[in-house]
Design a protein around this ligand. Structure first.
Ligand code: SF4
Length: 191
């Protein structure tokens, strides 16, 4: 969120994907096909739980109730109401592996975002998911990633040793200079 705020203040038209962006993109629907071994089923998410408006509870995929545990809990940039299941229900459940965050967890907690106006993260998600956003981000793979890979992995210039934006800016330009000199050496002259 800080980087989004920074880009907004500086007037930078940034495209910053969240870690879930491929899950929302139908082009990556079969992205796990090359993974070996037994494919794990996707963990249960909020959409797998049904809200019962009469009892103000959620029902899990096993039909067990999750009752309200805490209201208005802030987790990073969102506010959630948190529901939880009874430990005795989860202890004997055949779906534990797919439902609980870790094998030792005693019960399922379900965080439900409360209604809030869209924030910068929502706006960035919409931007990344748009046809234009997908096109622009795809170009990064070909144009930007090889540069970072060369600078960080091949040239081992993988950290800044100075502090302050001005000094880091100078150091980054020097890194870019080294990268560009390397390209000129390999591919020829500037024109
Ligand atoms: S682990 Fe608990 S919450 Fe999850 S499906 Fe089983 S009983 Fe329901």
């Amino acid at each position: 969120m800080e980087s989004l705020t920074f880009c907004q203040t500086e007037g930078v038209d940034a495209y910053i994907p969240d870690i879930q962006f491929r899950k929302r993109d139908e082009r990556f629907a079969d992205r796990d096909r090359f993974k070996g071994g037994r494919q794990k089923e996707a963990p249960f998410s909020l959409t797998d739980f049904m809200f019962d408006p009469d009892r103000q509870r959620y029902l899990c995929p096993q039909g067990r109730e999750l009752t309200l545990h805490a209201r208005s809990q802030r987790n990073r940039y969102r506010i959630y109401d948190v529901y939880h299941a009874r430990p005795q229900d989860c202890a004997a459940c055949p779906l534990r592996e797919r439902c609980l965050s870790k094998p030792s967890a005693s019960r399922r907690y379900l965080s439900v975002p409360t209604t809030q106006p869209p924030n910068l993260l929502d706006e960035m998600k919409a931007k990344i998911d748009s046809p234009q956003g997908k096109k622009i981000y795809a170009r990064r793979l070909a144009m930007v990633e090889p540069v970072f890979a060369n600078i960080c992995v091949h040239k081992h210039m993988n950290r800044f040793t100075l502090r302050s934006k001005a000094k880091v800016d100078v150091q980054w330009r020097l890194y870019a200079l080294v990268h560009n000199i390397g390209k000129i050496c390999v591919f020829g002259t500037l024109n």
